[in-house]
Design a protein. Sequence first.
Length: 477
Amino acid sequence: MALTNLPSPCLPLPPVNKEPFSTNLHGRERGSYQLYQFIQRFQFYPGFSVHPHPLLEPYLCSCPSANIAETHSASVETPARTSSPQLHTFSCSCCRISSMRIELFKMERIQCLYENTVRYNLSESGVMPVDARWLLKDKSSIEQLLSRKLGYPPAGGSELLREHIAEYYGTLPENVRVTNGSSEANFMIFWALLEKSDQAAIMIPNYLQTWGLARHFARAARKFRLLELSSVNGTKRWGLDMESLNRAVGNRTRIILITNPNNPTGAVLTEEEMREVVRLADRFGAWIVADEVYRGADSGSSKSGPGFWGRYPKLLVVSGLSKAFGLPGLRTGWIVGPKKILEKLESCHDYLTLTPAALSDHLATLAMHAGRRKTLLKRTRKIIADQWPILERWIPKHPELHCIPPESGAIAFIRYQFAVSSVKLFERLRLEESVLVTPAAHFGLNSRYFRVGFGYDPLRLRLGLKNISRLFASLRT
Ligand SMILES: Cc1ncc(COP(=O)(O)O)c(C=O)c1O
């Protein structure tokens, strides 16, 4: 039984056993057989691996070494209170079979699995990336790049890069640390700040990295919501549900996580909503972590929308070059915050990637220079202004669809009325129409929405939308 020989992960996710059970490793008794079946099923699960161990072989075959196995146990646990099938701990104290210690980050995993298998990938949330050539326009900048020594850069990013980022926020370089992507920044913060007794309040819908991290590092993640709110003149916007915010934040709250502008809705908080977040954080002494990676990609405006920096002392702003700046491949992110807490976060970085990559640090320094930074943001806004109308015209052709226009970002979160779950819709679009969208379920919502990224190739966007229309037509009949 070669358990390490994993088949292609592009198989349907296995049915999930919601019943907690444990078993010892004794022969073929019922418990062991259940465990055996569990391994059989979960070896196909993306992200799950079963490590070989000499003790496992006899157990799985016929368990002749019952005397050894008897003394060890394995268990599969599904925490009692979870309604989602995502969190499974599978561990065997003797055999060291372990995996899924942290719940599956479905959106990213599914995207990685399928983005290169479809003709029309509309699951991207950024804009068409910038060429390296654009950053290296003149001969001298090419020469500088080529002569760059490929040693380790300073752990928190080079001085000049931190100066440029600090200038963008109107602060000092000592308040900036450069990371590998904003995802690493989020990871470091949640790892460093959360204790097992803490809670984190997380905005939903959202990019669920921080949700998974909070559930892993803290006692609980509590959600507060963005809702479709109607204004007096009848227009709708995604706004903060103050009641759920008040319920989610309390004495145990260590972090309030805001994604502003929001992914997937493209919503931007109002001044009043931001003040309410600050008021609650202050009342309970919580940190505000503001993921602002989409800030700067604002529609219909020549300026970036309001950020959290400067509004509250216990604040960490997370951002990077992946979305509004159109440079995801550089994997450059950053944290802006008080000097003292950044020093604490540095010791987490020491266990992760240590430093930014030298070439990325170099190119990111070019990108964040004030003049280029403005041009990059202007380019992103132009892409959004040019390509949003493609979706804006397509949506009303389908009476079952509704979308609140995004205030920021090249993403649209579209509500639909077909009697099919968001995951089912996503699957059918992928398999029948070769289109990849992102279902609401991957943002923490059970309702019927899907996200379309419209910032990449406009021709592919049009063709992808045509295929989506075709599936919708078949759903009507
Ligand atoms: C809100 C949010 N934060 C962080 C990230 C991670 O971005 P990066 O590429 O900078 O790691 C994403 C990616 O989609 C995101 O949507």
